[in-house]
Design a protein around this ligand. Structure first.
Ligand code: ADP
Ligand code: MG
Ligand code: MG
Length: 252
């Protein structure tokens, strides 16, 4: 089972001029096995939603709830969220100089499972995953995100997704900076994940392009910290044709 339930979520961010409300009551349920896309213009609060679910300290939840299979996510530490089965791939992943991809993945896996993976099968799994993502085996020895191209960063995220195998994955702008080949490889990785029983995906994106490869069950239009419209995959086609103007002018 994997149901992520977000109810009337209000979030402020600390700025130099004090707290500013960014999320103004977001309600969204990602049911068992469902893929939802959140689309919206820049600055509408999409990443804020992802960071809030992740527990980023800069974002303060001032109202509402987030639960995963009924468990209160907001009261969990960042580590507890990962152990509970949440995976969050951020729009701007951090560099971790001196920590190799290989060690990083193994540490994350160990933290989540509560025991270190058996070395032999683990090395096999890592190599197989890198290969599927068209990454050279030497990639495992590089420092996390240091000097990675945009495509390498995103493929590294999908490697994490495949190896950590969470219940629900929140992917923020996983398509940004990808050429068409990398987009296909990344999309195939996400699709392999969601083809498993009961996996939830929240795919945050500015462009409809990735939705041609990862077909969502539901699409939500995000404007000014709220969901302005929801529908099926056809809503993405409509956005592709008409853009966000209609929704943006409605809130002005
Ligand atoms: P999106 O991902 O949809 O482009 P964001 O969630 O990144 O939107 O940002 C929403 C709004 O919140 C923007 O106006 C942005 O400037 C503001 N904001 C987000 N994070 C911060 C932050 N850490 N400090 C100051 N302002 C922020
Ligand atoms: Mg409200
Ligand atoms: Mg963003």
């Amino acid at each position: 089972m994997s149901t992520l339930e977000i109810k009337d979520l209000h979030v402020t961010v600390d700025t130099e001029d004090g707290a500013k409300e960014i999320l103004k009551g977001v309600t969204l349920t990602i049911g068992d096995g469902e893929t939802h896309a959140i689309m919206g213009p820049n600055g509408s609060g999409k990443s804020t939603l992802a960071y809030s679910i992740a527990g980023h300290p800069k974002y303060t939840v001032t109202g509402g709830t987030v639960t995963l299979d009924g468990e209160d996510v907001l009261s969990m530490s960042v580590d507890e969220r990962a152990r509970a089965g949440l995976f969050l791939a951020m729009q701007y992943p951090v560099e971790v100089p001196g920590v190799s991809v290989s060690n990083f993945l193994r540490t994350a896996k160990t933290a989540i499972d509560g025991e270190s993976p058996k070395l032999r099968t683990w090395v096999k799994d890592v190599n197989a995953t890198l290969e599927k993502l068209n990454l050279d085996p030497t990639f495992a020895q590089r420092s996390v995100n240091e000097g990675f191209s945009g495509g390498e960063k995103k493929r590294h995220e999908i490697a994490q997704l495949e190896l950590l195998n969470p219940k629900v994955a929140v992917l923020d702008e996983t398509d940004s900076g990808l050429d068409i080949d990398a987009l296909k490889i990344v999309s195939e990785g996400v699709n392999r994940f969601r083809e498993q029983e009961g996996k939830g995906v929240l795919l945050i994106t500015h462009y409809t392009r990735i939705l041609r490869y990862i077909e969502p069950d539901f699409v939500h239009v995000f404007v000014d910290g709220r969901i302005a419209e929801q529908g099926g995959p056809e809503l993405a086609d409509q956005l592709e044709a008409e853009g966000y103007d209609k929704y943006v002018s409605a809130v002005r």
